[in-house]
Ligand binder design. Structure first.
Ligand SMILES: Cc1cc2nc3c(=O)[nH]c(=O)nc-3n(C[C@H](O)[C@H](O)[C@H](O)COP(=O)(O)O)c2cc1C
Length: 215
């Protein structure tokens, strides 16, 4: 385990893409340990609705990467334009450029990432209101974040991605996930990370987003 204070762990668990070690195998045990941590996260009604589909099979990872790429085509067409024009804020522009390059890298190498984890939750909420949506998604995202934190503490890097959900049914078909009754929440490409330093990310100053006693 890497020695980090709670605040260091929480503020340095980044989206890891270019620094994924694509050649180092990841054991089943370490993934299970991270999932054991993840399921301790809060969830609405403690209803035990979570599932994790862990994909190590090379052909299936390749097929998932193809689905991901079909979904990302239009996404990559748009930020490219934003980057070219720039916002006038140099540090923000360079952070956006780095993010874009990193996303392109993951897009190209996704099939090489040794483990793809697809967190799922029972029950579809496609047609329900905000409260039910919040309860359902809020029952899986804390677990996903805990999985990422548990991974970081063990030397694993990953990025929470959702873009393949534009073709969720195709991925469900590939992996035998019962689409009618189970939702996928994303895809986490997991590998050991290279290097040891991670810094807090660029964020909006909190004074701009806190609203004491009302908006
Ligand atoms: C809901 C959600 C969806 C995301 N989807 C993708 C994605 O499809 N592909 C990707 O490369 N990164 C994706 N990300 C990662 C974000 O780009 C990343 O978290 C953000 O730029 C902040 O960077 P940081 O996590 O390193 O601070 C997603 C993150 C979240 C929370």
């Amino acid at each position: 385990m890497i020695s980090l204070t709670p605040d260091e762990l929480l503020t340095t668990t980044r989206a890891v893409r270019k620094r994924l070690d694509l050649s180092r195998p990841v054991s089943k045990n370490i993934i299970e340990d991270c999932i054991a941590v993840a399921v301790q996260a809060p969830n609405a009604g403690n209803r035990q609705l979570l599932h994790f589909v862990v994909v190590t099979d090379e052909a299936k990872r390749r097929a998932l990467a193809q689905i991901y790429r079909k979904c990302s085509e239009s996404y990559f067409a748009s930020p490219q334009a934003a980057i070219a024009s720039g916002s006038g804020d140099r540090s923000r522009d360079s952070a956006m450029r780095r993010k874009f390059e990193s996303e392109l890298y993951l897009n190209a190498h996704l099939h090489e990432v040794p483990v793809h984890v697809i967190p799922c939750i029972s029950g579809r909420t496609d047609s329900v209101g905000v409260a039910a949506q919040a309860a359902r998604w809020g029952s899986i995202f804390p677990a996903v974040w805990s999985f990422m934190l548990a991974g970081r503490a063990r030397g694993l890097g990953m990025t929470f991605t959702t873009i393949h959900l534009h073709r969720e049914a195709e991925a469900a078909d590939l992996l035998g996930i019962p689409y009618e009754t189970v939702m996928q929440a994303g895809l986490l490409p997991v590998a050991y990370f290279k290097g040891s330093k991670f810094r807090p990310g660029l964020r909006q100053p909190i004074a701009e987003l806190i609203h004491w006693d009302g908006w």
